[in-house]
Design a protein around this ligand. Structure first.
Ligand code: FAD
Ligand code: GLY
Length: 373
């Protein structure tokens, strides 16, 4: 019998397994395919603490904490597993193409003491390839990125080295409560665990329904492509309202991403990629000459109110959720693993209260999902 079984072997499931097993809570991840091949593999890996937040509120605090954990985690995982998670700390520019966008970014600058607005000429002196259409950018010097697949693999191996277990090519078909434990049914076997943690990304919805809640998951498709960035040699990430460009250490430049809610289809569409190309070429025309490397899609686990769902089921003890990380699952993986470890070790003492708790979904509010009857 396991102390905990985690349903889903993406970056979130493996981060939780790593943190639980490291602290002596014997846990297994069950993954229906191969680990890290769904939303985790599609991600650009940005640690966009300030691109994804407008003000220093509690959610920003959670993002910041997670980004900061990456610094020590990068060394810890390298030492333990030999995997370099590709942490880059060159910073990000959130650019403006219109006066309205500039206005918004100036408000953001005023809210955060560590961000700095640069006018167009200042920005061009740093990145000469940019066109005049960029009227300025907010510099976020501490926000970088990682290689999502490497992080997931390092968590996976780290968890195994700490005594964890992993079942791949094993779909969780059902979960039944029996007295004070759970029976987790995979194809030819029933596993027993004291606790169950749902971390199945965009496919988590059915487990809310199974446990008496409305399905709060909004699968949101995203498409990306990559080019060889050899000529431009961009160091910092560029982030605009309709695209971003993330330069990886190996010379790949990842351009993302489209966004379509309630779309779980796998196809990469010509229209999606061409809209990204039009957007990025308008700002970095030199990229039209760059060799095209790859294109792909992934399904973000969005939620009805845009926030992750992390914590124990509101009335079924022993069932936990760690899902709905939407655009920020890579950024938030370390803090999610630590928070879930603390919640499981110390009871349901979630310092983030209703911000992340599954219980908030029971209270009907402005953004809450109401099924059409
Ligand atoms: P997943 O990685 O999808 O893992 C869930 C796993 O559960 C899957 O492997 C699946 O096979 C498994 N599973 C499902 N059902 C079952 C079952 N019944 N039994 C067993 N296993 C099951 N985030 C950032 O922070 N920064 C970024 O720059 C960024 N860029 C992105 C770009 C794109 C195009 C996309 C699509 C997403 C991006 N994200 C980014 C978001 C990020 O990828 C996700 O939030 C994150 O990967 C979610 O991780 P997860 O482990 O919850 O889900
Ligand atoms: N965080 C970037 C994306 O989801 O596309």
């Amino acid at each position: 019998m396991f102390d905990a079984v985690i349903v889903g072997g993406g970056i979130i499931g493996h981060s939780i397994s790593y943190h639980l097993n490291k602290s002596g809570i014997h846990s297994a991840v069950i993954e229906k395919g191969q680990s890290g091949k769904k939303a985790t593999r599609a991600a650009a890996g940005m640690l966009g603490v300030h691109t994804e937040n407008e003000a220093p509120d509690l959610f920003h605090h959670f993002c910041l904490m997670s980004r900061n954990i990456y610094t020590s985690l990068s060394e810890e995982l390298l030492e333990l597993t030999g995997i370099d998670i590709g942490l880059s700390s060159f910073g990000m520019y959130q650019g403006a193409l219109t006066a309205q966008q500039k206005e918004k970014l100036l408000v953001k600058e005023a809210s955060f003491s560590n961000l700095k607005w640069l006018e167009g000429e200042q920005l061009k002196s740093r990145i000469p390839w940019l066109t005049e259409s960029v009227i300025g950018a907010l510099y976020m010097g501490e926000d970088g990125h990682v290689e999502p697949s490497h992080v997931c693999e390092a968590f996976k191996r780290g968890a195994l080295l700490h005594g964890g277990e992993l079942f791949e090519d094993s779909t969780v078909l059902d979960i039944e409560q029996s007295k004070d434990s759970f029976n987790i049914q995979i194809e030819n076997e029933i596993l027993k665990a004291g606790k169950v943690i749902i971390a199945s990304g965009s496919e988590s919805g059915r487990w809310f329904e199974k446990t008496g809640m409305q399905n709060p998951i909004v699968p949101t498709k995203g498409e990306c492509f990559s080019v060889d960035d050899g000529r431009i040699g961009l160091k910092e990430t560029l982030f605009f309202e309709n695209f971003y460009a993330v330069p990886k250490r190996d010379g790949r430049l990842i351009i993302g991403a489209t966004s379509k809610s309630f779309d779980s289809s796998a196809a990469v569409t010509a229209g999606g990629i061409s809209s990204l190309m039009n957007n990025v070429f308008a700002v970095l025309p030199e990229l039209t000459e760059a060799p095209l490397l790859d294109y792909w899609s992934g399904i973000r686990p969005g939620t009805v109110d845009g926030r992750p769902i992390i914590g124990e089921h509101p009335y079924l003890s022993g069932i936990y959720f760690a899902t709905g990380h939407y655009r920020n699952g890579i950024l938030l993986a370390p803090a999610t693993g630590q928070l879930m470890r603390d919640i499981i070790k110390e009871g349901n003492n979630n310092v983030y209260g209703d911000l992340l708790s599954p219980g908030r979904l029971l209270r009907k509010g402005e953004n809450m999902y109401e099924p059409s009857s």
